[in-house]
Design a protein around this ligand. Structure first.
Ligand code: ASP
Length: 309
């Protein structure tokens, strides 16, 4: 039996220790642990990596703590527009959705795009029409309302800024969520889900739903889920770049992930992190920010939930 493993993230960023209370830190860790255990259990039961990443991401989407699903940030027009994607490394099938509203679990809609449509990426009204045809129920705005997120938005709503000031004085983080997994058959998958950037406008879409940028899986190399400054992750084609370094330069998962996060993305001005797994169940979780909400668990006995570097 292949070593099976799962890694999850709840976003990277400037997480100032002083601004995090012990109680809040415990809450974050508890949700991460629950999502990690649920995804791991799927793998332990012999189910697929695709199922494991969907289950783990759904649980993170259901928490108001992370910027995805329930906890999604506010757009410039005080709404929520969510993006998500999923990819199966065995078949290279993939699904992505962007600019969707009212959907409790965007990752499941992305999986439905992958499995129940002939397409890879659906956006906006069309994606919502697809959800309607599959009988998704829509949550109203109050489900997604969170006072903390609303205050984040109020602070910058009349500016052209579309993310929180990334200074060391402020607790500024990218709360996107994601999961990567390797199952007992050595198949890998990745899923990513986000509310994007606070105060985003004009139908802004980040890297998270884009196959190759914020999310990628290929049994030849690795499965990757990213978090960070999306505009730079798109330009750097970050998730695919890690896979390319492994495929064409024969780099290990660890070396390729480090090269991209500690060198290549910094060179073009981006910051953030990623989680990665290969078909042997190895995991890498580099980030170039102060912290990244993260967890990993493998049948080799590795188990960790952490926030800071
Ligand atoms: N990468 C996401 C985006 O640009 C943000 C995040 O990681 O939180 O939409």
């Amino acid at each position: 039996m292949n070593t099976f493993s799962i890694a999850i993230h709840g976003g990277a960023g400037t997480l100032v220790k002083g601004m995090m209370t012990a109680e809040l830190e415990a809450q974050y860790k508890s949700v991460l642990q629950i999502a990690l255990n649920a995804g791991y259990k799927i793998l332990e039961d012999g189910k697929t990596a695709v199922e494991a990443v969907e289950v783990a991401v759904k649980l993170l989407e259901n928490s108001h703590l992370f910027n995805a699903g329930k906890g999604s940030v506010f757009t410039a027009t005080e709404t929520h527009e969510m993006d998500a994607s999923i990819m199966d490394g065995k078949t290279l099938n993939a699904g992505g959705v962007s600019l969707i509203t009212g959907i409790k679990n965007p990752v499941s809609l992305a999986r439905d795009v992958m499995e129940k449509s002939e397409h890879v990426f659906l956006a906006g009204d069309g994606a919502m029409q697809f959800a309607k045809e599959l009988n998704y129920t829509l949550e109203d705005a109050s489900y997604f309302y969170d006072e903390f997120r609303h205050n984040q938005w109020l602070e910058i709503k009349d500016t052209d800024s579309f993310q929180l000031d990334h200074s060391t004085k402020k607790d500024s983080k990218f709360g996107t969520v994601g999961a990567v997994a390797c199952d007992q058959d050595g198949n890998i998958a990745a899923a990513t889900s986000t509310g994007g950037m606070t105060n985003k406008k004009w139908g802004r879409v980040g890297d998270s739903p884009m196959i190759g940028a914020g999310n990628y899986a290929n049994n030849k190399t690795c499965a990757i889920s990213c978090t960070g400054s999306g505009e730079f992750f798109i330009r750097g084609v970050v998730a695919y770049d890690v896979a390319c370094l492994m495929e064409h330069k024969n780099m290990s998962l660890e070396d390729a992930s480090n090269e991209v996060i500690h060198k290549r993305i910094l060179e073009i001005g981006g910051d953030g992190g990623l989680i990665a797994v290969d078909t042997k169940g190895n995991i890498a979780m580099p980030f170039n920010t102060e912290g990244m909400y993260r967890g990993q668990k493998s049948s080799d006995g590795i188990e960790e939930v952490a926030i800071y570097g």
